[in-house]
Write a protein that binds this ligand. Structure first.
Ligand code: SF4
Length: 347
């Protein structure tokens, strides 16, 4: 029978940076819709894999010159190419040993809005009243907490002692009974609130928090305005305020996060490195001068040649309408969090 140690060794051999194990009873009290036991009632263990996002994937965004690395290699390709490959191999190792194993990659199915967690009416129906709606959405950050991989930062981004916020996760459910890891008891986040101050979408509350209890441990993180986060990810909305003419192109099916998560990822990473609160440290500091940020003080301006092109192709009205809509959403309807009461991006 395969052991926890062998599973971890294989996971790392296949390309995972981190691996933790949780027993399934740590889901006790979890809302039905997020409870992995509904996916595999016979599961005994949840294996959670962590994959680092390289620091260099943020470099071009910091400079305002190269935007491709983070949304593609640092997000979509990790979630859709590299990580499924590791899940595939580890599943086979477990099943070769006679343990049924369900690999769960990053979820972006049509039935669920992964940001707000709200189902779209008519898009998803439960197959019987006692079951949750398909697909059950395992919260990867909660799973990582249950598997002892780290803690929630104030930003609600999960922080690991190795890489801080620079980690993506994946999960396997197996009926192998594996020795679990203890819940992480350290403290990485020191409530510096750099994530709040630097969040382009102003989505993270400075003072309001949410508390939840997981596996008998109380977790606290900032109240997050998911819609403002969604707008911020797009660099405004739909990338209209980004440095490109129109939306940044999709690569691996994804073309957002144009500003590279300036608060919850970059500011947090810089802070944790400076304070030496994480293990993956570098010879040179990440930030040496004022970083590039989207100028949200004014709407995206169309140069003459762009206007000419849109007129020629008959798309100018649609385009202007989109810009008006984006600006309205971004500046008027996006709820103002108390983050704005501080001097944002003051340093
Ligand atoms: S930036 Fe500071 S407050 Fe925010 S999550 Fe990171 S360590 Fe915590």
């Amino acid at each position: 029978m395969i052991t926890a140690q062998e599973v971890k060794q294989k996971a790392k051999e296949f390309g995972a940076d981190l691996c933790g194990i949780s027993p399934m009873d740590r889901f006790e009290g979890c809302p039905k819709q997020y409870d992995a036991r509904y996916i595999f009632p016979g599961a005994k263990s949840m294996i959670v894999l962590g994959f680092r996002i390289a620091r260099g994937m943020f470099r071009g965004i910091e400079e305002g010159t190269y935007f491709s690395a983070y949304p593609s290699m640092g997000y979509a390709a990790m979630n859709q190419v590299f990580i499924p490959g590791v899940l595939h191999k580890l599943t086979n190792v477990l099943e070769d040993d006679g343990n049924e194993t369900v690999p769960i990659m990053f979820f972006a199915g049509p039935s669920n809005n992964t940001v707000t967690g709200k189902f779209r009416q008519g898009w998803s129906r439960n197959v019987s009243p006692d079951k949750p709606y398909p697909d059950v959405l395992v919260n990867f950050r909660m799973a990582a907490f249950m598997a002892g991989l780290g803690e929630f930062g104030w930003s609600k981004v999960f922080l690991t002692p190795e890489f801080g916020p620079r980690v993506r996760f994946a999960v396997l459910l197996t009926d192998a009974e594996l020795e679990p890891d203890p819940i992480y008891e350290g403290h990485i986040c020191d409530r510096c609130k750099q994530c709040v101050k630097h969040c382009g979408g102003r989505a993270i509350s400075m003072n309001e928090s949410v508390k939840v209890t997981v596996a008998g441990h109380e977790i606290e993180f900032a109240k997050l305005d998911e819609h403002a986060c969604e707008a911020g990810i797009n660099g405004g909305i739909d990338g209209q305020l980004d440095p490109f003419d129109g939306k940044y192109p999709n690569q691996f099916g994804y073309g957002r996060a144009i500003e590279g998560a300036p608060g919850c990822m970059r500011a947090c990473m810089i802070h944790l490195e400076e304070r030496k609160k994480i293990l993956n440290l570098f010879r040179n500091p990440f930030r040496t001068e004022k970083p590039w940020v989207i100028d949200r003080s004014k709407p995206y301006e169309l140069s003459e040649d762009i206007v000419e092109n849109y007129v020629k192709t008959g798309r100018i009205e649609d385009y202007m309408e989109q810009i008006r809509y984006d600006a309205e959403q971004n500046y008027k309807t996006a709820p103002k969090s108390d983050a704005q009461t501080t001097e944002a991006v003051s340093d």
